[in-house]
Design a binder for this molecule. Structure first.
Ligand code: 5AD
Ligand code: SF4
Length: 446
């Protein structure tokens, strides 16, 4: 039996693509392995968003070159595939920089992996063209199913934030039809999924063909999915503030399956920086939007992305970011030092913020965000929350799942509770997980 090892970096979209690549190879008779040494095919599903992420690929490829040599000496062939956004951005350059690579395949082309692998036996191949056919029409049924699942509904981004490679690596916004998404959701639910996260690079700009042939928005799509039998929880990520239309805000108040968690990147609290970033909204517009969401869903947990040290960012401008964070209060967040990316407008700009200043600002921001996260987690101690059980826990007899606010919880229960919602009384908040006790044995059947 041939074995495939897939390692994914970066965002949820890449995580989704990685499972679909495993599905493609599964249909060809490959089994998935987590031991790279025994893999006949090794796929690195790469991320190009920041320099550090992109650099990881080449250090990993260095290790794989050694492994491939060792396997060759033992008479075993190893195909090395670079997929994802570095593949899309660098294409054939990867072949010249890393002689060990056999296949370079972009995010829109991985349905062709079997053909590319076969062709690579005679000649190394690159496939990063945006194909005319839709990869989703060519992907086999999903194999790896759990209680929670990602489902791609939209790809690409038309926003062109000045720092971001996504519009170049993932291309223009394209939305799948409601019918295609519903069909995939039905299969996930029949396979045992209870929570579906609709994903897209800019998912709230979703504008697919609806069931009636007209245009459907993200809330239109969510109402269709929320009605499917077996679905308990619905989420979506990731979004741009300017695409938070009133009907989407309203859905947070009147769609019970939609969980009270919103990841809404703001990047900066300074209007000057936001303008330079081409975000096309102000800090106060973001505050007002959050107030609207909280008006319909007061308990919503908020999450965001931040960049510190964007070119020209002054100390006062950075402090405006701290003020925005203090004003809003986030349950979780991702924060990054600005990293110039080749091909993006900001990469050409002068006024780079020195590295030590970026480090100091990142640390100050993360200290504030960590304090908010800890306070949010601690607010659940003593409360009873519904936990959707996803898997066995760290210790024997434990299971792990998530609350509606997406907080991980560990508690004692049999693994037969996986896929069900269990009320759990939280007794302790760690820095990343909550710990609790199942309330009686009142497992709510899915
Ligand atoms: N430098 C630093 N962070 C970046 N992001 C995107 N591009 C860059 C960059 N060039 C961050 C943004 C985005 C998240 C996915 O990654 O905060 O929301
Ligand atoms: Fe990148 Fe901006 Fe599009 Fe997000 S909205 S993917 S940050 S260009």
């Amino acid at each position: 039996m041939k074995k495939a090892f897939v390692k994914s970096y970066g965002c949820q979209m890449n995580a989704y693509d990685a499972t679909r690549m495993a599905d493609v190879l599964g249909a060809e008779g490959y089994t998935a392995t987590e031991t790279v040494e025994e893999a006949d095919v090794v796929i690195l599903n790469t991320c190009h968003i920041r320099e550090k992420a992109a650099d990881k690929v080449y250090s990993e490829l260095g290790r794989l070159r050694v492994l491939k040599g060792e396997r060759a000496q033992a008479g075993q062939d190893t195909r090395i595939v670079v997929a994802g956004c570095v593949a899309q951005a660098e294409g054939a350059e990867i072949l010249s920089r890393a002689p060990t690579v056999d296949v370079v395949v972009g995010p829109q082309n991985y349905h062709r992996l079997p053909d590319l692998l076969a062709r690579s036996r005679t000649k190394r191949v690159v496939d990063t063209e945006f194909p005319v056919e839709d990869k989703f029409d060519h992907l086999p049924a999903r194999r790896t199913l759990g209680a929670t699942a990602f489902l791609t509904v939209q790809e690409g981004c038309d926003k062109f934030c000045a720092f971001c490679v996504v519009p170049y690596t993932r291309g223009a916004e394209v939305s799948r039809s409601v019918a295609a998404i519903r069909a995939e959701a039905e299969k996930l639910l029949q396979g045992g999924a209870r929570e579906i996260t609709l994903i897209g690079q800019n998912v709230n700009a979703y504008h697919g063909v609806g069931l009636d042939g007209g245009a459907a928005t993200l809330p239109d799509l969510m109402r269709v999915i929320a009605d499917l039998p077996g679905l308990l929880r619905l989420r979506y990520t990731t979004s741009h503030p300017n695409d938070m239309a009133p009907d989407l805000v309203a859905a947070h108040g009147d769609l019970p399956a939609l969980m009270p968690f919103l990841h809404l990147p703001v990047q900066s609290g300074s209007d000057r920086v936001l303008k330079a970033m081409n975000r096309k909204h102000t800090a106060d517009a973001y505050r007002a939007l959050i107030a609207d969401v909280r008006a319909v869903r007061p308990d919503i947990a908020l999450s965001s992305d931040f960049i510190v040290g964007f070119p020209g960012e002054t100390e006062a401008e950075f402090e405006e970011t701290l003020r925005l964070v203090s004003d809003i209060g986030f349950a979780s967040a991702y924060s990054f030092k600005y990293s110039p990316r080749p091909g993006t407008p900001a990469a050409e700009w002068a006024d780079a913020v020195p590295e030590d200043v970026k480090n100091r600002r990142l640390q100050a921001l993360q200290t504030l965000l960590d304090a908010q996260r800890h306070a949010f987690n601690a607010s659940f101690v003593g409360a009873t929350v519904d936990v959707l059980v996803e898997k066995a826990g760290r210790h024997p007899g434990q299971v792990a799942g998530k609350t509606p606010h997406l907080l991980p919880v560990q508690f004692d229960a049999p693994t037969s509770t996986i896929g069900t919602v269990v009320p759990v009384r939280i007794v302790r908040a760690g820095s990343n997980s909550l710990f609790g006790e199942a309330v009686a044995d009142a497992a709510v059947a899915a």
